[in-house]
Design a protein around this ligand. Structure first.
Ligand SMILES: NC(=O)c1ccc[n+]([C@@H]2O[C@H](COP(=O)([O-])OP(=O)(O)OC[C@H]3O[C@@H](n4cnc5c(N)ncnc54)[C@H](OP(=O)(O)O)[C@@H]3O)[C@@H](O)[C@H]2O)c1
Length: 293
């Protein structure tokens, strides 16, 4: 199968590179040209629009920020739908609204194009090492067709149900992360206020019931004042905005997710939305008038 990749940011570039190295013939496109040229030097075929990618591949993966970005790639000017390529399979691996995921799949199906939502968890490390967790929504037979491609990108790949089920699962994931990350930041502030060495606290906690991906991967970065993004704070706020919308629709109180959403709003107001999610610690430091590390 020939594969296309649209959206070569922090995640997409690493995922596309894995597919290339696994031997897939790959056509790539991105809004800015830098990453397209970089991957072209490594053997990918460059394209100038999502439409052009669609015309040249069997499976087209999208990895862009939010629902409006996916909509633009699919239905905008020069978008996938303009290709009129019946039989194409679109796999959207971005994190977007499950409602939009269902809507986009229906609109594409009317044009003879199948779509799966297949968002991921595992960060840039997972993207690089091919160890992402992938949660898939759509028709099962379409999922079976693209599973070999997904296997290059992820380790735990699970079919969750019809269109939107992958995105709904991803939002559950983000709600769980919100609580874990807030806990890590508060715990490190407490360590500091108690006169403890925060790195030593991380080491001890990682061996017990408080261990988590957030603690192990982001805890040391917070202590070392490394706020560069693996996962941008603005994208995390977008995910929690989606969680809140779903919470409204289902009449479900999501207290922790709501609180972290508001804290991220404050972080963005400081102009720090492009920092990594670990920069949440900066807002909490301000509230406590203390520094971690
Ligand atoms: N980073 C993580 O750890 C992580 C983990 C799991 C899931 N996710 C999700 O994965 C998605 C991508 O995340 P990311 O961290 O890779 O984001 P990112 O670094 O912001 O990359 C997004 C990429 O999409 C490109 N893009 C945007 N609109 C486009 C369009 N209309 N046509 C073509 N390309 C377009 C951007 O191009 P430009 O170069 O022009 O900006 C950029 O290269 C998001 O939904 C995010 O929530 C991220």
């Amino acid at each position: 199968m020939k594969v296309g990749f649209v959206g070569l940011g922090l995640m997409g570039k690493r995922m596309a590179r894995r597919l290339l190295r696994a031997g897939y013939s790959l056509v790539v496109h991105n809004r800015s040209r830098g990453p397209v040229e970089e991957l072209a030097r490594e053997g990918a075929e460059p394209a100038w629009s999502p439409r052009e990618v669609a015309e040249r591949v069997d499976v087209l993966i999208t990895m862009v920020p939010d629902s409006p970005d996916v909509e633009k790639v699919l239905f905008g000017e020069g978008g996938v739908a303009e290709s009129g390529k019946r039989g194409l399979i679109v796999v959207d691996m971005s994190t977007i609204s499950p409602i939009k995921a269902r809507e986009f799949a229906e609109r594409l199906r009317e044009r003879g194009i199948e779509m799966l939502d297949a968002p991921v968890s595992g960060g840039t490390i997972g993207a690089e090492q091919g160890t992402l967790t992938i949660m898939v929504g759509g028709r099962r037979e379409v999922f079976e067709k693209v599973k070999p491609i997904l296997s290059v990108l992820g380790k735990k790949i699970t079919y969750m149900g019809g269109n939107g089920a992958g995105q709904s699962t991803k939002i559950c994931n983000q709600v769980a992360i919100a609580g874990a990350l807030l806990g890590v930041c508060e715990s490190l502030l407490l360590a500091n206020a108690s006169g403890l060495d925060p790195m030593k606290v991380i080491d001890v906690l990682s061996g017990g019931a408080a261990s988590s991906w957030q603690l192990i991967n982001l805890g040391p970065k917070i202590v070392e004042r490394d706020f560069e993004p693996g996962f941008k704070a603005s994208h995390f706020r977008k995910d929690l905005r989606i969680a809140r919308e779903i919470g409204e629709e289902l009449d479900l109180p999501l207290l922790g997710a709501g609180m972290v959403y508001e804290l991220l709003k404050s972080l963005e107001a400081e102009g720090l939305g492009e920092k990594g999610t670990q920069a949440l610690a900066l807002v909490l430091e301000k509230l406590a008038s203390r520094r971690i590390g």
